[in-house]
Design a binder for this molecule. Structure first.
Ligand code: PLP
Length: 411
């Protein structure tokens, strides 16, 4: 057969073993433990010399099949599924950081990620260096020989700032520091992280991949492109498992196993199904979002619209170079005041008042009073989170449906 398309590859990803009943979809192996024929086979598996399943906190056939499908789609060397995006972030950073190490990042981060870095990790002696990642000189200054990673979100939420990924990757390569990107906002079917120098990709699969908010999940993708012998923490793992394999080796054999946040088989089943329609759903989400962003600018009461797909957006050129014509399905707009935002939220009839991104339904939220509600006004300002901003996660309705609801809610 000729080379088949990525879509066909994904759909027809083979199982590792033939199913006993010839099931066409990977069944949900909702069991905890796996039985061995002999003590010897058990020893081999527990010492990591065979890939037999032993216990579902560590590996599970249904979850592994989901990981395999992601691997087929992305070409990543190692894929690890976790039970939320936050678990993926926490596992990744704990895998590379240690006491007196530092992480260089932007203050423009998802609220829980900011809190994880600034409070949780800081409590274990990891320094977080917030800097403007769009200012390469500032990044060069912030990185030193204790830096264990440059971490960022590819389109920040809600500010929608876009940093130059190949330039940051180049600084990282030069200084022996991996580039770690949370790519949740643009799925890997559209944004090929490896081509832009990203070494480790993190995804909240709760969002597009779950197929309409069916389940929580997270993914860590290791492209095998970083030389981990340059990382003080992973140096010894690089010596034992290979310079390109150290990250996933330690993740799977120590951190992920010990933290116990593996994806559940039920979630893996749903998200595996979600992958099958990811491409077509994303195309629709993103096209409706872009159309809506353009048309919202004509709506009375809306002061400004922020979406990097708009040609006069300050990040348009770099966004187009990295993510193409359809940079995700999130947009924000500003109203005159915080009170106007609350009144708008309260009058919505079709659009739902809820957090989450890329549900099939369109969702609206006022970020300053919710996701960033527990921060002080000063902290919110340092993160550029404004009281006047509404965030929309655009679903699968039509732009006409959404515009009508927005217009009536602004009246
Ligand atoms: C939602 C989100 C997360 C956290 O993911 P969960 O699956 O909710 O834990 C992290 N980063 C970004 C950009 C997100 O949108």
């Amino acid at each position: 057969m000729k080379e088949i398309s990525p879509e066909a590859c994904l759909l027809h990803t083979p199982f590792e073993k033939k199913d006993a009943y010839s099931a066409l979809a990977m069944p949900v192996y909702n069991n905890v433990a796996f039985e061995f024929d002999t003590a010897e086979a058990m020893e081999e598996a527990f010492c990591g010399r065979t890939t037999d399943h032993a216990y579902s906190r560590i590996t599970n056939p249904t979850v592994q099949y989901f990981e395999k499908r992601v691997q087929v789609m992305t070409g990543a060397q190692g894929v690890t599924a976790l039970n939320s995006g936050m678990a993926a972030i926490a596992n990744t950073l704990i895998n590379i950081a240690g006491q007196s190490a530092n992480i260089v990042t932007s203050p423009h981060l998802f609220g829980n990620t900011y809190s994880f870095l600034n409070r949780t990790l800081a409590g274990f002696g990891v320094e977080v260096r917030f800097c403007d990642l769009t200012d390469l000189l500032a990044v060069r200054k912030a990185v030193d020989n204790k830096t264990c990673g440059i971490f960022l979100e590819i389109i920040t939420n809600p500010q929608q700032e876009v940093a130059d990924l190949p330039a940051l990757a180049a600084i990282g390569e030069e200084r022996g520091v991996p580039l770690i990107a949370d790519t949740t906002i643009v799925p890997f079917t559209t944004f090929r992280a490896k081509d832009f120098g990203v070494h480790i990709e993190i995804v909240s699969s709760t969002k597009y991949i779950s197929g309409g908010a069916t389940s929580l999940g997270g993914l860590i993708l290791d492209y095998g492109t970083f030389d981990w012998s340059r990382s003080p923490i992973l140096e010894s793992w690089a010596a034992d498992f290979g310079t390109q394999n150290a990250f996933t080796a330690r993740l799977r054999r120590e951190i992920h196993r010990n933290m116990g946040a593996y994806m559940t088989p039920q979630a893996a089943y749903m998200q595996s199904l979600g992958l099958e329609t990811l491409n077509i759903r994303f195309a629709r989400h993103a096209a409706v979002c872009k159309e809506l962003a353009g048309r919202l600018r004509e709506v009375e009461g809306i002061v400004s619209v922020n979406h990097t797909g708009l040609e006069d957006n300050p990040y348009h050129a770099i966004s187009k170079a990295q993510f193409g014509d359809y940079p995700g399905a999130m947009l924000t707009f500003d109203l005159a005041t915080r009170e106007a935002c609350f009144s708008f939220m309260n009058r919505l009839q079709l659009i739902r008042r809820a957090t989450n991104l890329f549900d099939n339904k369109t969702l609206a939220i006022h970020p300053a009073s919710t996701i960033y509600g527990i921060f002080t006004e000063e902290q919110r300002q340092s993160m550029d989170v404004s009281q006047k901003t509404i965030r929309l996660s655009v679903g699968l309705e039509t732009a006409d449906d959404l515009l009508e609801d927005i217009r009536q809610a602004l009246k």
